[in-house]
Write a protein that binds this ligand. Structure first.
Ligand SMILES: Cc1cc2nc3c(=O)[nH]c(=O)nc-3n(C[C@H](O)[C@H](O)[C@H](O)COP(=O)(O)OP(=O)(O)OC[C@H]3O[C@@H](n4cnc5c(N)ncnc54)[C@H](O)[C@@H]3O)c2cc1C
Ligand code: FES
Length: 293
């Protein structure tokens, strides 16, 4: 007897709906800054099966949703090499982020991702890195730093230099990480604040000036820079003067987004969709584009 063919319904497994958020439980909330405007949310998968296939690299982001309030993109602040919940550091700025800030541990949020391209780790391998951050734009830089410092990865990278600044000491993120990195001998950490305060013994001044003072060698080095536009605007000429070509300077762009998967056209800059082709771009890619970022 000829065996009956299975119907296509049983053969074709439907792809997961990319618009459908998965539930995540808030495991822990950590207040990062003295003004309480920045909190890190540690999110755990509610359903074990959702962890399957959730692989990300530093620089990627997720869309986080709060029921009845909406959805917004946030860089993944934890690193693929860190076990445990995913970390997102959220600045309280508007409707969704205010709602998130009012949530408590064990509350449920929605999550879509990982989205975007992430940092070009293959290109970075075998090179030195200068990681430059300002204010609260250190989230995916934290992920990247943890990644390159991991014992399994450290030998794939040469020198690591960090320049990170905030207005005041209490506004620096990830203070425990920064202290741990400062204690290591295989990374050079330069923290700065805008104006001197009595207890501060490190750099004083704006990030671009500290980059100039530290003067990292551009030879065989990639620079990754995230921060407020004004910081980036004044740091770029310093990097150029140090000999960094645009193709060895990377940044992560922030742009208003909706779908996050290259469908709605909300986030385009020139020929790029920031959500899909980015958010990480080299300055060689951005040259000649409208200065909207
Ligand atoms: C790839 C990516 C990664 C991001 N990562 C983080 C992160 O790690 N942590 C974090 O706190 N935020 C991050 N953001 C920004 C975050 O998505 C927005 O701040 C968020 O949409 C604000 O939502 P809201 O409803 O609270 O604010 P809204 O009520 O929508 O807006 C509040 C105010 O912020 C302005 N605004 C909102 N979004 C943006 C934006 N993208 N660019 C410029 N102005 C904006 C609005 O014009 C308004 O003035 C990221 C954005 C992108 C695109
Ligand atoms: S957010 Fe829809 S195309 Fe980028």
């Amino acid at each position: 007897m000829t065996p009956r063919l299975k119907s296509s319904k049983t053969l074709v497994k439907s792809a997961p709906n990319p618009y459908l958020p998965i539930p995540m439980r808030i495991e822990r909330i950590h207040v990062e800054t003295d003004d309480s405007m920045l909190k890190t949310f540690e999110l755990a998968f509610v359903h074990e099966e959702d962890t399957t296939g959730f692989n990300f690299i530093p620089g990627q982001f997720c869309e986080i949703s709060v029921f009845g309030k909406g959805e917004a993109p946030f860089g993944i602040a934890s690193s693929p090499v860190e076990p445990g919940p995913l970390k997102f550091t959220v600045n309280k700025t508007g409707v969704l982020t205010t709602a998130l800030h009012s949530m408590e541990e064990s509350d449920i949020v929605g999550l879509r991702g990982p989205l975007g391209n992430g940092y070009p780790l293959d290109k970075f391998a075998g090179h030195s890195l200068v990681i430059i951050g300002g204010g609260f734009a250190f989230t995916t830089l934290r992920s990247l730093t943890h990644y390159v410092l991991d014992p399994h990865n450290r030998s794939h990278f040469k020198g690591i230099t960090i320049v990170y600044g905030a207005r005041q000491p209490g506004l620096l993120l990830y203070k425990e990480d920064l202290a741990a990195w400062e204690r290591r001998e295989d990374i050079s950490v330069h923290l700065t604040i805008d104006k001197a305060v009595p207890e501060w013994t490190k750099h004083v001044g704006f990030v671009p000036d500290v980059v100039e003072r530290v003067a990292p060698s551009s030879k065989g080095t990639y620079a990754v820079i995230c921060g407020p536009p004004v910081m980036i605007r004044f740091t770029m000429p310093k990097l150029t003067a140090l000999g960094f070509p645009p193709e060895r300077i990377y940044s992560s762009l922030e742009r208003r987004m909706k779908c996050g998967i290259g469908k709605c056209g909300r986030c385009n800059i020139g020929p790029y969709y920031v959500c899909k082709d980015g958010p990480v771009f080299s300055y060689a890619q951005l040259e000649g584009l409208p200065q909207e970022y």
